[in-house]
Write a protein of this length. Structure first.
Length: 213
């Protein structure tokens, strides 16, 4: 199997998973065909400090990935995704350096040598690709997550859009490094859905047993 075929298989799998998770957060889906994931159930499940923090993180990631979609060169695009990966991990690991941001300004993305970007943001505290604006309104977790899925699906599709000629081992490895971060996010979301479903089934079982007494 060629490098491109391997990447194509990875992309198709991840896109299907992200689309499924989008559907799970639409308020009309059933998790594992057992528990209906209603808007009220989602609101209750995500009404906690951990989910609130993740919501902002997902908002930042979705904005930032969306900003990279304008990069035409596929090699520079996958490099930028890897830089964003490092910046996002730095941000989410509570090592954030407060930097000035402009809510209404979109960074001009320039395809250039990204080899020293990691050292640059650690030294200066300025992210090249990660956008962290302070938004003047509350965020809706489900809407933020579904928007993140849209951005990620577009990014995954871009990785294989006309990239047969550039998809060597290095390109594949760089794509897999970004995918590793997304897999962590997906695992957390599925864990939340599983915990939510278990809670509902336990409550329904308790009500059933109580009614039989």
């Amino acid at each position: 199997m060629s490098h491109y075929e391997q990447l194509d298989n990875l992309v198709q799998t991840r896109v299907k998973t992200l689309a499924h998770l989008q559907h799970m957060h639409s308020g009309t889906a059933f998790y594992l065909d057992t528990v209906r994931v209603t808007p009220d159930l989602l609101a209750d499940a995500y009404d906690n400090a951990v989910s609130a923090k993740r919501c902002w993180q997902y908002k930042y990631l979705g904005l930032s990935v969306g900003g990279l979609l304008v990069i035409a060169n596929p090699v520079e695009f996958v490099k930028a995704l890897n830089v964003l990966l490092l910046e996002y991990e730095n941000e989410t690991e509570a090592k954030r350096v407060v930097i000035p941001t402009d809510l209404f300004r979109r960074r001009q993305v320039q395809p250039n040598d990204l080899s020293n970007v990691t050292a640059t943001f650690l030294e200066t505290g300025v992210y090249q690709y990660l956008e962290t604006p302070d938004l003047p309104f509350d965020l809706d977790y489900c809407q933020v997550f579904m928007s993140l899925c849209d951005a990620l699906i577009a990014a995954y599709n871009k990785l294989i859009d006309g990239t047969e000629d550039v998809c060597g081992q290095g390109y594949l490895d760089a794509s897999k490094r970004f995918d590793a971060l997304i897999k962590k996010i997906i695992a957390n979301v599925y864990k939340d859905l599983e915990n939510m479903s278990v809670m509902v089934m336990r409550n329904e079982l308790a009500m059933f047993l109580e009614g039989k007494q």
